[in-house]
Ligand binder design. Structure first.
Ligand SMILES: [Zn+2]
Ligand SMILES: [Zn+2]
Length: 210
């Protein structure tokens, strides 16, 4: 596998990607807080952001802030609209664990509450978000956690394949609408980021030998 110069973006400008991340962060903070509070938060962000040496460092920081405020929003939405008890009793669609949470394949911020959801247990839900971040946002932090999980021997082939499949479907949908730069779903990129064929090989050997 080639591990030099990650090149997920074939026909996009990385500055543009960073720019749209910053825009997304602004919109998110402004949607979560009243004007004065939002302004203070964004001032603090701008100060930290402008002190950084390069775009890679900036991308990392924007990614961190986006994660943080998306989680805030997720908690807020959960408060407003409690999932039905019957919903929580559905088994995880990825691994079969008996209780689950609702994951929106279509982002609630963009689409509002919608029915394009899957039920995932807490672990598969986290893994789904981590894989997305590792592929789309190029987060090293997320990528290391994904690799740790995939190669722990605790994720079955079937579970991994399902979660990656949903991630790629979301990525294609978002790229098709021009919300993210295309290319994060490329086979070579998935291979480079997640060492996917190695994961499959290990699982196959395990299942074959069982
Ligand atoms: Zn699960
Ligand atoms: Zn989710």
């Amino acid at each position: 596998m080639s591990d030099q110069q990650p090149e997920p973006i074939q026909d996009g400008d990385p500055h543009q990607a960073l720019g749209s991340q910053v825009e997304a962060l602004y919109a998110l903070v402004q949607s979560l807080f009243r004007e004065k509070v939002a302004r203070d938060l964004l001032d603090a962000f701008e100060t930290a952001f402008s002190a950084l040496p390069d775009d890679a460092a900036r991308a990392e920081v924007v990614g961190y802030w986006l994660d943080f405020y998306r989680l805030q929003r997720y908690k807020l939405l959960r408060q407003r609209r409690r999932p039905k008890f019957q919903e929580r009793l559905k088994a995880c669609s990825a691994c079969g664990y008996p209780t689950s949470q609702r994951h929106h394949l279509w982002d609630v911020a963009t689409h509002g509450e919608n029915k394009v959801t899957i039920q995932l247990c807490a672990n598969c839900h986290e893994l789904h978000h981590l894989i997305y971040n590792a592929l789309v946002r190029q987060s090293e932090y997320s990528r290391k956690l994904v690799l740790h999980a995939l190669f722990s021997g605790r994720i079955s082939r079937e579970t991994g394949v399902r979660i990656l499949g949903w991630c790629l479907a979301t990525i294609r949908y978002e790229a098709g609408n021009g919300w993210i730069i295309p290319g994060s779903d490329r086979r070579e990129w998935v291979e480079e980021r997640l060492h996917w064929s190695e994961f499959l090989k290990i699982q196959d050997a395990k299942e074959g030998g069982a």
